[in-house]
Design a binder for this molecule. Structure first.
Ligand code: AMP
Length: 249
């Protein structure tokens, strides 16, 4: 069973992002980039399925600039077998990414596409759902547990106020939530080995996909500054403030 794992290169989650002065986006110059955290979880889950003998090959895919090769090398160091870079300097919006992934699925014929539930740069939470719709495949989103069976995949989903378990007929699309697993760190020997694993580069044109944006960013703004807190003398004052100022009790 082949698994396709799309991995996005995003501004590292530890970076405090700054909005550009002209409000068109966030500063990306001299900023650390790394693999989208939900995609690390997807790679980890695919590797665990392979280690358990349930998957035969893991193909990591990234759509982005040449530097996204680093992200693919990280996926290879974690245990993916080979990688495909769809190289483009265009903005990668979910619909175009989903169309490119569909083109690669048609060619690669994986049984599972394992994506992150959302990319932490655009917070769209759309690509997996769009891909499932384009393919006409079942989807298990926000997965916190994935159990392969005979031609099926049982996925436990994190939903508001609880968990939902669904059985998907393969092939299927799964998107990962935070509690699915804890991704491993790539060991030095595996980082070295990853340099020799195959990494193919293609273009959106060669896949017949038009990257023209369908969404236009009107403006990006910093969150409102929080007011400084106050120190209060005792519990009675706190209760009084909660009752008469905040009016929450
Ligand atoms: P989004 O819908 O943008 O929040 O992204 C959801 C998931 O789609 C991500 O966690 C990735 O697995 C995948 N994805 C989105 N954009 C890309 C990209 N440019 N390259 C590879 N995978 C992507």
């Amino acid at each position: 069973m082949k698994i396709l794992v799309p991995v996005k290169r995003v501004v590292d989650y530890n970076v405090k992002v700054r909005v550009k002065a002209d409000g068109t986006g966030v500063e990306t110059a001299n900023v650390k980039f790394s693999m989208n955290p939900f995609d690390e979880i997807a790679v980890e889950e695919a590797v665990r399925l392979k280690e358990a003998g349930k998957a035969s090959e893991i193909v990591a895919v990234s759509i982005g600039p040449a530097t996204a090769q680093e992200t693919l090398r990280t996926a290879l160091a974690m245990g993916a077998d080979r990688a495909i870079l769809v190289q483009t300097d265009a903005e990668t919006q979910p619909l175009a990414v989903a169309k490119l992934l569909k083109a690669l699925v048609d060619k690669e014929q994986p049984q599972i596409v394992l994506l992150g539930k959302q990319a932490i740069d655009d917070d769209c939470n759309q690509t997996g759902q769009m891909l499932a719709a384009l393919l006409g495949w079942p989807q298990g989103t926000f997965a916190s547990k994935v159990v392969p069976g005979d031609g099926v995949l049982t996925v436990t989903r994190e939903i508001d106020g609880g968990l939902e378990t669904v059985e998907l007929t393969l092939p299927a699309v799964v998107t990962t939530d935070l509690r699915l697993n804890e991704p491993r760190y790539a060991s030095l020997p595996n980082i070295m080995k990853a340099k020799k694993k195959p990494l193919d580069t293609v273009t959106p044109d060669s896949q017949g996909v038009d990257m023209a944006p369908r969404l236009k960013t009107l403006k990006v703004v910093e969150p409102a500054k929080r007011k400084a807190g106050v120190k209060i003398a005792d519990v009675a004052t706190l209760v009084d403030k909660l009752k008469n100022e905040a009016r929450v009790i």
